[in-house]
Design a protein around this ligand. Sequence first.
Ligand SMILES: C[S@@+](CC[C@H](N)C(=O)[O-])C[C@H]1O[C@@H](n2cnc3c(N)ncnc32)[C@H](O)[C@@H]1O
Length: 247
Amino acid sequence: MAETFRTDDWDRYRMQYEQPYRELEPLDSEIQVVGQALAALQRAGVLPHTRYDRAKMLAHRQAVRELFEIPWTAITPRMQRLLYAINAIARPENMIAAGVFCGFTFISNAGAAVGPGACYAAGQLIGVEIQPEEAERAERNVRRIDPTGVARVVAADAVEVLAGFQEPIHLLYLDADGAGGRGKDVYLDILQAGWDRMAPGSLVLAHNSVNCAEDLGRYLGFVRDGRRFRASVNVVFDPEGLEVSAK
Ligand SMILES: C[S@@+](CC[C@H](N)C(=O)[O-])C[C@H]1O[C@@H](n2cnc3c(N)ncnc32)[C@H](O)[C@@H]1O
């Protein structure tokens, strides 16, 4: 079933893309809003519960702040917390993030399993970035937080990486801005390339479900079709949005 979780202030809660660490609201308010979003995901049957370790989340945030080079990002503090919490709750053994740019979105997901925010042991956490120089920077950033190599970034086309991945995919995060004028429409190609390795219960998170909704028409139609996904929730608490779908 397709649903929407929307806050009253989603359109006023805005960040400056060049200031990733600027506080946009008191921490309590951020925790409360993200808690409400998690509760909506639980009600929809996407998540089994809403509990995550808030101190570990802050340790993760602090490490990223100290160690990552981030030229710009559209990931708001609410979104960073939500991505971390979804991964901390769902505990995906294998997670692939497509279109990771400098690695911030990737580590917001992977940080639940590596670095000071780690709360479970993962198998493979792979960030995919098609621009080699961006992939290099993302890999450099990730290595500073996770010396183990469980989380790693590869320079490649996410469609090809998904098509060639031989193991089950438990969580797929989509943020690629397709080359060749396709924009965000590439999300559906990436999802379909990994589809048959996603068992019931797998999660797909799609950034920009609000500000790129038009470009994402084909994708959103696919994940909101109850014959393919048992639940899909559009989380609208900032101007970008996140569509969270459970197979
Ligand atoms: C807009 S950025 C994501 C930024 C992220 N939303 C943030 O705020 O930090 C999208 C990235 O996807 C990459 N990309 C585009 N097509 C891709 C593909 N097919 N496979 C992997 N990466 C891709 C682009 O090079 C770009 O770095």
